[in-house]
Design a protein around this ligand. Structure first.
Ligand code: AMP
Length: 324
């Protein structure tokens, strides 16, 4: 065990958090709407660690099921009345309005574990580490802080590894640190197939391939290095796709030479546009916040109510790219 890999900065909060978890018999773990592998991995990975360590506790993971991510784990059904006696832990979710599920409000106490910049403050204990590549890295970090006490299993290691791979885009993004790599190596020592996880994350549906082809054909890049693409609901309908399948388009524009920042706009059923912002340097989360969203400095999201707001967001991205 590479104990020197432990992140010492958060020692106190990790201890408080683990001691607090020990006190509860029923724990319900939530994460954000429109989950990605890090949301599911941190939620279900933590559930698995707590269950393996304390078999007598009732631990649940709740939220909407996403077909594409069912290979990671299944969600639990939780009767409403259980919440009154439960501790709720929310992983990977910066703001309350993005928590998937409603009943969390009925719980006695909440805990927040997140790696996004602090947006809403919520929970009896809030552990926010914006240096972490992913929320899964934080959960694995907690395990590495108490390796003799917290029981890691192959199932938990697989989930946490998947979240790290997902949020770093296979260790490509800037948030990938030596610590990320060491933690991933520790997880890989457990008997799960990392190639199976990598393959599942790499596979795309044929219609997603066509959408990616469309995006690579139709994107535009401005002189200032702002790339963008708009995916209309007519286009998605013609491909038999919905918004949840459009995430594969997002990293593509970052591959184009000269692109400094980029935006992928996806028209929703109510004709608003979901807007995903990415950057290679210029900070974009302030722009997302200005339009009612949020996220990381280099990866954030928001909504645009119409094409006029899209133009405005592109203008702000242009100003930011110019100033960089
Ligand atoms: P996405 O583009 O959905 O992958 O999101 C990238 C990052 O931006 C995530 O870490 C989210 O937490 C954040 N984000 C996306 N959409 C919103 C939103 N509407 N409000 C706040 N944060 C968001």
């Amino acid at each position: 065990m590479l104990l020197e890999t432990v992140n010492k900065k958060d020692n106190k909060i990790k201890k408080d958090l683990w001691e607090y978890i020990k006190q509860w018999d029923t724990i319900i773990i939530h994460r954000h709407v429109r989950p990605d592998p890090d949301a599911i991995g941190s939620q279900c990975g933590l559930k698995e660690l707590i269950r393996a360590t304390f078999p007598d506790k009732d631990v649940y993971a709740v939220g909407t099921t996403v077909d594409d991510l069912e290979y990671l784990d299944q969600m639990d059904e939780v009767p409403e009345d259980i919440y009154e006696q439960a501790l709720v832990i929310v992983t990977d979710t910066a703001n309350i309005k993005r928590i998937d599920g409603e009943h969390y409000k009925m719980a006695k106490q909440w805990i927040k574990i997140d790696h996004h910049p602090l947006d809403d403050s919520y929970g009896e204990i809030e552990w926010v580490n914006t240096d972490a590549s992913s929320c899964c890295e934080m959960i694995a970090d907690m395990w590495l802080s108490y390796p003799d006490e917290i029981k890691m299993t192959a199932k938990a290691a697989r989930l946490l590894y998947a979240g790290i791979v997902g949020d770093t885009n296979r260790f490509l993004y800037d948030a990938t640190s030596p610590f990320t790599m060491q933690i991933s190596a520790e997880l890989m020592r457990f008997p799960f197939s990392h190639t199976e996880v990598n393959d599942k994350m790499n596979v795309i549906k044929p219609q997603a391939g066509k959408l990616m082809g469309y995006a690579l054909d139709q994107f535009t890049v401005s002189e200032e290095g702002v790339g963008h693409i708009i995916l209309t609901k007519t286009l998605l309908k013609s491909l038999g796709m919905d918004d949840s399948e459009t995430h594969q388009v997002v990293p593509l524009l970052g591959k184009i030479e000269g692109v400094k920042v980029w935006a992928v706009f996806v028209e929703q059923s109510d004709s608003e546009f979901r807007c995903r912002l990415r950057s290679k340097g210029p900070v974009v989360n302030e722009i997302a916040q200005k339009h009612g969203g949020g996220g990381h400095p280099l990866a954030s999201g928001t909504h645009a109510k119409d094409e006029e707001e899209i133009v405005q967001i592109l203008k702000e991205l242009t100003d930011q790219a110019k100033a960089y």
